[in-house]
Structure formats: structure tokens, C-alpha cells
Design a protein. Structure first.
Length: 426
């Protein structure tokens, strides 16, 4: 390794191994610093090293030189560890989200700070910065800021594990009040009936014949999710080999036993009896064969090829129960029936069918613990977001309790008014 000293021996310029690039090192404020000049020419590298050394000395005199790991360095270490350690345990989109939040919001604000300088006060300044400098002119949602603070906390915990930080600062939001419990959008029994009647009517008479298969799929999709409580991503991953029609021993009804793969890993679900008939239709419905999209139809029309009569194919055990994406068609039905938004202005999606299932089970008096197990969630989540809005969970007999009024006691006969005192009584 070739090495040179200059500037009175305060700067060392060297090359590592067979590398052509010159590196430099210097001691400032009792601490060794190193960097790459990114140059292979000695004279250029020498000038760059001198400028770098003088910059370090200037920062040291101004009190700007960091003698600890910066937030940027801790964030790089966190991203390197997190993706490897959580592989297969966290969604790739969630892992990617940490990187996006750091790159777009956190590093531009905290990147140059020393890790110990990220205090509760600095975090409050960050919250104010995010609330007042939005590009769209609209302040970010409370959940957005919460996710960014979660990423910040993970970076600081990484610094603690490596001994770069002694303790975690208080990251809780000041002036915090009890969060407002919002009503998750769902379909009331009357609205749910209106929805499935609309999807059934559209499945019978779609706008175009080539929409018929998709319309029938959407109708069964609505009934299936509202009677199983599956999340949309769980329904998307569902294959026919994961579903079995059985006769329930406890009730004697025909139900579906479903092996679910989704947000919580592998779980199990027992459906309502009303989910059996839609699933039987899904099993008996032939696959569409030729692509049904607009581009595919236009391409067939341009080539002039007449669609050949293909062999009818039915779903196989390894096929998905709900292939394709019917979001546009489903939203079209919601818009035509004025069901896209609930009375609070919340937009309904396919997830609202899961909320409908949970709310209807609570209205029928089902055990909340069993609902939580069947929906692969917690009792706390159901009590917080569902049970608080269902009137059937309130027992009027237990609430409207009146204490019996005491009967009037039998007292002595009314006393006669005492005569006025005479002078003799004085």
C-alpha cells in the first residue's frame, strides 16, 4: 500500500491494495477521519484532501463536526439489517415503505443530525414541518405521520443495539387526546340486500355479452366475502384446493372450511351456510377461455381472426377461486346504486364486505371471541372498530335498571300545633 504525508504530516494520502483511487485520512479534535478522494490522479487527490481537511477543521471550530454516528449512517445500517432479518416475515411492500419514508421525508430533515440530537423537541419540529410544507397543500393524515415515526423509532432502536445511542427519546405526540373511533364503512342489512340484488341483476343482463362472466364472478364475490369475512388479499390468494364443503357437526348445516393465506399467515375460517351456493357456482362456471380485456378484443378484431371454439375448461384444484381483478366493475355497481359512500362520507371498497360480515355476526349475537378467531384478528380490534357501533351489543335490560322506590313509612299521628307560650310559662 503506497502512502504519502503532507501538510506538515497532518494528512495521509494512500491507496489500498490494487486500487487506483486515492484515500485520505487526518486527525481532527482527537478523532481519526477517513474518506475517498475518488480520484486516481495524485495531484488532484492531494488538492481534494487539503480541502477536505480544512473543511473538517472549520466545522470543528464552528461546533458542527459530529463526533458520533449521524442519523443517515444509522438509517443505512437499519435498512441493511431489516430486509435480511425480516425476510419472509414482513410484507415486501412494508419493508419497501420504510425505505421510501426515510428517503423522501426523514433523511432530508434528520440526515445530518447526530443520532443523539434526534430528541423529542426535534421530532415535534418535524411534525410541524410535515404539517405546514405539504406539496398538495393538504396536511398528511394522522396515520401517515404515525408510520413515519414508527420508521424513525426503528432507526433509533438500531442505534441503541449498536451502542451508538444510550436511550430512546420520548416519541409520543404532545397534546395527545383520545383518538376518535371512526366507523369502518360497511353495508347495513338493507344496503347489503340492495348491493347483491344489483350485482345479481347485472349478472343476468350485463351491458355487453363479453362482460357476463365477469359480472357473474363479481356477484359471487360479494356473496362469498360477506359470508366468510375474508380480506380481499386473502380471497385473491385463495385456491380451490383450500376450500372444502362440509357438513358442520354442531349445526348440521353445509358450510365451507377454508384454509386462509394472507396478512396473518395461515389461518382457518368456517363460513356461513349462505357461502356454499356461490362457491358451487364458482366451481361449475367454465373458465372464460379467450382474454376478456378491451385490448385483447380489439387485437382479435384487427387481425380478423374469428374466435375458435375451444374446449370448455373448468376450475382445477390449483386454480384461484377469483382470478383476475374486478375492481372497476365492482365500483361501477356501487356508483349506480349510490352505495359508494356511507353517511359519514367514507368510501366503501371490497374490504367493506368483511366489515359487513363482522357487524352482522355481532348483530345476531355471536360470541365476539369466536368472531375474532374466525376472522384472524383480535377481540380488541373488534370491540374498538365494530362493537362500539352496533346497537345490538347494548343490553337494554341491563342498562335500564331502576332502583325500587321505598314505600312511605307509617309514622305517628300528626301532632297538634302547640299552643302559644303564656307569660306564666316564662
Amino acid at each position: 500500500m503506497s502512502s504519502h504525508e503532507f501538510f506538515g504530516g497532518k494528512i495521509q494520502l494512500y491507496r489500498r491494495g490494487d486500487s487506483r483511487i486515492w484515500h485520505c485520512s487526518a486527525s481532527v479534535a482527537g478523532k481519526q477521519h477517513r474518506t475517498s478522494t475518488k480520484e486516481d490522479n495524485f495531484d488532484l487527490a492531494k488538492h481534494i484532501a487539503e480541502d477536505w481537511y480544512l473543511t473538517l477543521r472549520g466545522k470543528n471550530h464552528a461546533g458542527l463536526l459530529k463526533h458520533e454516528k449521524t442519523f443517515q449512517q444509522c438509517a443505512d445500517q437499519f435498512l441493511k439489517e431489516y430486509e435480511i432479518i425480516t425476510e419472509g416475515q414482513r410484507s415486501p411492500r412494508w419493508v419497501e415503505g420504510h425505505g421510501i419514508r426515510l428517503r423522501v421525508h426523514l433523511l432530508p430533515f434528520f440526515g445530518e443530525f447526530g443520532v443523539s440530537e434526534v430528541t423529542a423537541g426535534k421530532l415535534q419540529e418535524y411534525r410541524m414541518h410535515r404539517m405546514t410544507t405539504s406539496r398538495t397543500g393538504k396536511a398528511p393524515a394522522r396515520s401517515t405521520i404515525h408510520d413515519e415515526v414508527v420508521t424513525l423509532r426503528q432507526v433509533l432502536k438500531t442505534a441503541i443495539r449498536h451502542g451508538w445511542l444510550s436511550h430512546l427519546p420520548d416519541l409520543s405526540p404532545p397534546y395527545k387526546t383520545q383518538g376518535k373511533i371512526v366507523h369502518r364503512p360497511w353495508f347495513s342489512p338493507a344496503e347489503y340486500k340492495q348491493l347483491y340484488e344489483a350485482t345479481r341483476a347485472y349478472a343476468r343482463e350485463p351491458f355487453h355479452d363479453h362482460y357476463k362472466w365477469n359480472a357473474e364472478q363479481v356477484h359471487d364475490y360479494v356473496l362469498f366475502l360477506a359470508n366468510t369475512g375474508l380480506r380481499p388479499d386473502e380471497a385473491k390468494n385463495l385456491q380451490h384446493r383450500d376450500v372444502m364443503i362440509v357438513e358442520d357437526e354442531a349445526t348440521g348445516d353445509r358450510i365451507l372450511e377454508i384454509e386462509v393465506r394472507g396478512k396473518r399467515g395461515i389461518g382457518f375460517c368456517k363460513s356461513m351456510p349462505s357461502a356454499v351456493r356461490p362457491y358451487e357456482r364458482l366451481l361449475a362456471r367454465p373458465l372464460p377461455g379467450l382474454p376478456q380485456g378491451k385490448r385483447a378484443r380489439r387485437r382479435r378484431g384487427e387481425t380478423g381472426d374469428a374466435p375458435s371454439k375451444e374446449e370448455v375448461k373448468y376450475p382445477q384444484p390449483m386454480d384461484h377461486v377469483f382470478p383476475g381483478n374486478h375492481i372497476k366493475l365492482f365500483n361501477g355497481v356501487l356508483n349506480r346504486t349510490n352505495l359508494k359512500k356511507d353517511r359519514d362520507g367514507n368510501r366503501r371498497t371490497a374490504y367493506s364486505l368483511r366489515h359487513t360480515y363482522i357487524c352482522m355476526r355481532l348483530m345476531e349475537g355471536a360470541d365476539i371471541y369466536q368472531i375474532a378467531k374466525n376472522c384472524r384478528t383480535s377481540v380488541e380490534m373488534i370491540e374498538k372498530f365494530y362493537a362500539a357501533h352496533i346497537k345490538n351489543t347494548l343490553n337494554a335490560a341491563a342498562i335500564n335498571v331502576l332502583r325500587p322506590k321505598p314505600k312511605p313509612r307509617k309514622g305517628n299521628p300528626a301532632r297538634t300545633k302547640a299552643p302559644a307560650n303564656d307569660e306564666d310559662d316564662l
